[in-house]
Structure formats: structure tokens, C-alpha cells
Design a protein around this ligand. Structure first.
Ligand code: ADP
Length: 169
């Protein structure tokens, strides 16, 4: 049974086996939580991301997929990078957002991670309405068979925290 917990704060300050990054497909860093993870995690993460680009993801990491690197100086063993979909009002991309959560858990299982911290993927620069993102994130984690013992959603602001709290009921 996987426990789902909520924390309001900065994911780069969390202690967990794996920290999930809402990356962009280039894997070369960006703003938001991605920038924060690379800043606090140090250059080792970016160095591994560059190697992944060169070896496996020449065209970038596809939306909805996940891949792990070291966590550098973070208080974690791994960072699991996943690329969320950009919100679209005309196209239903919720399957891709669900896939991010499922794939991140699959990678975490492969690594043997027992505690995994997730940000609210796609709800920043990618503009996904946080209420809907919270529903997809929580429903997907609940529906995914995994050996991960704790999935911790780390929400940066109160609005996101409240949205996830409502989903957990
Ligand atoms: P995306 O491109 O997937 O939308 P963003 O990084 O822009 O990714 O935003 C995703 C979510 O992460 C947003 O809700 C944003 O407020 C939040 N966020 C930004 N910085 C941090 C951080 N240091 N820790 C946790 N969440 C963060």
C-alpha cells in the first residue's frame, strides 16, 4: 500500500530516495522547479543529463516519459526527470500527464526507491489548471501498482497544496 502525503514547500529541500523533476524535453534545465533542482543539486545532474541526451535522447525526452540521474548535492539518491504536457484547451492531454506519474513510479521501482517526492507537474510554465492536475496526479498514483511506500507531493504554494488536499479528501 502506497501512502500519499502532502507537504507545502520547496522540493529541493526534501529528503527522499527520489525527487521527480518537471523537466523539459531538452533535459538541459529550465525555469521553475527544474531550475531550482539544477541550482541546488549542482553540476553533476546536468552532466548526466547531457550524457543521456548524447546516448539515448538525441531528440529530447518525449513528453510523458521518465529517466533517472544522480541527485548530486540534493538529499536524495536520484532525480527522476519527466516531461509534462503543455496544457491545451482544445486537446485532451491528460493521458500524458498521467503517464508522467506512472513512468516516474516505474523508474523509481527499477531503482528500488521507497520514498518519492513529486512536484505539481505541468502546473507552472505549462499552465495546467492545478485542480485538474491534482486529480490526475492523485488518481494515477492510486491506480499504479508500485513498491514505493511513500509518494510525497511537494507543493510550492498554498493554492496547489489546497488542490491536492481536496483530492486526498
Ligand atoms: P512545468 O513546466 O511542468 O509547468 P514548472 O516548474 O513551471 O513546471 O511548475 C511546476 C510546479 O512546480 C508549479 O506548481 C510551481 O509552482 C512548482 N515549483 C516551482 N519551484 C518549485 C520548487 N522549488 N519546489 C516545488 N515546487 C516548485
Amino acid at each position: 500500500m502506497t501512502a500519499i502525503t502532502l507537504v507545502q514547500g520547496d522540493i529541493t529541500r526534501q529528503s527522499a530516495d527520489a525527487i521527480v523533476n518537471a523537466a523539459n524535453s531538452s533535459l538541459l534545465g529550465g525555469g521553475g522547479v527544474d531550475g531550482a533542482i539544477h541550482r541546488r543539486g549542482g553540476p553533476a545532474i546536468l552532466a548526466e543529463c547531457r550524457e543521456l541526451r548524447a546516448s539515448r535522447y538525441g531528440k529530447g525526452l518525449p513528453t510523458g516519459q521518465a529517466v533517472a540521474t544522480t541527485a548530486g548535492d540534493l538529499d536524495a539518491r536520484w532525480v527522476v526527470h519527466t516531461v509534462g504536457p503543455v496544457w491545451s484547451a482544445t486537446e485532451d492531454r491528460s493521458g500524458l500527464l498521467a503517464s508522467c506519474h506512472r513512468e516516474a513510479l516505474r523508474v523509481a521501482d527499477e531503482l528500488g526507491a521507497r520514498t518519492v517526492a513529486f512536484p505539481a507537474i505541468s502546473t507552472g510554465v505549462y499552465r495546467w489548471p492545478v485542480e485538474d492536475a491534482a486529480r490526475i496526479a492523485v488518481d494515477t498514483v492510486r491506480a499504479t501498482p508500485t513498491a514505493v511506500e511513500e509518494v510525497r507531493f511537494v507543493l510550492f504554494d498554498d493554492r496547489a497544496y489546497q488542490a491536492f488536499a481536496r483530492q486526498l479528501g
